[in-house]
Design a protein around this ligand. Structure first.
Ligand SMILES: Nc1ncnc2c1ncn2[C@@H]1O[C@H](COP(=O)(O)OP(=O)(O)OP(=O)(O)O)[C@@H](O)[C@H]1O
Ligand SMILES: [Mg+2]
Length: 118
């Protein structure tokens, strides 16, 4: 049976402020998995093995808008996020079931954008 709780992660593109200070993307995604590179460990052989340099986390869904690739951006469109996560919750609510959806994350990470669009 499918779980009643589903967790998705969405990666937003770097903001103007971030690119202005030459920030770089340390996130990569593949399937439902997200990989976070520890930049402090780069070029430091004593820091340990690959697992300590790159942390991977798996979610039910993973949406990557950080890539410049148009294809990826389209794959993680508002429409897709809504289809994957919104429709079933809405249907359940119409049928009288309690349903809850929330966005969690640091300020400026894209919660409002994901829930409401522009
Ligand atoms: N997937 C995305 N693609 C393109 N731009 C995005 C995406 N997600 C967020 N942004 C942009 O990033 C900025 C911050 O997003 P947003 O306002 O949704 O953050 P927030 O998590 O709601 O922040 P706060 O906690 O301060 O309310 C906005 O300018 C928004 O347009
Ligand atoms: Mg917000």
């Amino acid at each position: 049976m499918a779980s009643n709780v589903r967790v998705a992660v969405r990666v937003r593109p770097l903001s103007r402020k971030e690119t202005d200070v030459q920030a770089r993307n340390i996130i990569s995604t593949g399937g439902n998995c997200i990989n976070i590179t520890n930049v402090k460990a780069e070029g430091q052989p004593e820091f340990g093995d690959h697992r300590e340099r790159v942390k991977s986390f798996t979610f039910d869904y993973c949406y990557d808008n950080a890539s410049d690739c148009i294809e990826t951006t389209e794959l993680a469109s508002q429409e897709l996020v809504y289809q994957d996560l919104g429709t079933e919750v809405l249907q359940a609510a119409f049928e009288g079931y309690n349903a809850c959806m929330f966005a969690y994350g640091q300020t400026g990470t894209g919660k409002t954008y994901t829930m409401m669009g522009y």
